[in-house]
Design a protein around this ligand. Structure first.
Ligand code: PGA
Length: 251
């Protein structure tokens, strides 16, 4: 049985004190989270302080990016071990903003995923088609290519520890959420690709949907059996809306 996962991607938002006070409020606002795993991706600079604030709560944290090297002359980069050291359990990898603005390729995603697993962290690998891909009927081709290239070389056991976040690029930050049917059909497809690559892993992996999720549209989306949770950007920045999203899973 797959446990639901709700993750908030803060992107480049919140100072350390803003991040800590968010957690203080969220801790108080969510009572029972037994049926859903709650995860937030603050900025690197806030991770350590946030981790101190959430100790003893059911909130988990992750980093928004990582470098695959262990240490050395890589100015500006942060290793998996450093991320683990701040109290993170997850790392977000290959978000479309990283692919779009920072030239991240699926080959880099693959290296990061392997390094993160080797460090004992859980990777959340983002995939998704652009509007143009969808218009050209290449959504499935793109998704298959991204999965193959991002996960190449992983064992079945390692592949099970990956969370896939399906985020259509055209739905991110636009208010244009994919329809429940559009999301469900891609999630089923991802499971099919997984079963071709890893056999039994397909029923074990969690596949999240991301892109313009908010408290008003989460119910329709989550009615689909292959959607195991959500990755939320804008609506995760405010404690009230994020708590409402969490509440959806506890009703
Ligand atoms: P959004 O962002 O919820 O603001 O569309 C989602 C994401 O980028 O992960």
């Amino acid at each position: 049985m797959r446990k639901y996962l709700i993750a908030g991607n803060w992107k480049m938002n919140k100072t350390v004190s803003e991040a800590v006070s968010f957690m203080k409020i969220l801790k108080g606002a969510i009572a029972n989270t037994a049926s859903v795993e709650v995860l937030l991706f603050p900025t690197f600079t806030a991770l350590y302080a946030v981790n101190n604030e959430i100790k003893g709560s059911d909130i988990n944290i992750g980093a928004q990016d990582v470098f695959w090297g262990e240490k050395g002359a890589f100015t500006g980069e942060i290793s998996p071990a450093m991320i683990k050291d701040t109290g993170c359990s997850y790392v977000l990898i290959g978000h479309s903003e990283r692919r779009q603005y920072f030239g991240e390729t699926s080959e880099m995603v693959n290296k990061k995923t392997k390094a993160v697993i080797a460090a004992g962290l859980k990777p959340m690998v983002c995939i998704g088609e652009t509007f143009q891909d969808r218009e050209n009927n290449s959504t499935f081709k793109i998704i298959e290519k991204q999965i193959n290239e991002s996960l190449v070389g992983l064992t079945a056991e390692q592949a099970c520890s990956v969370v896939i976040a399906y985020e259509p690029v055209w739905a991110i930050g636009t208010g244009k959420i994919a329809s429940p049917d559009q999301a469900q059909e891609v999630h089923v497809f991802v499971r099919k690709i997984y079963s071709q690559m890893y056999k039994d892993a397909s029923e074990k992996i969690r596949i999240l949907y991301g892109g313009s999720v908010n408290p008003d549209n989460i119910s329709n989306l989550m009615a689909n059996p292959d959607i195991d949770g959500v990755l939320v950007g804008g609506a995760s920045l405010d404690t009230e809306s994020f708590a409402k999203l969490i509440k959806h899973f506890n009703n």
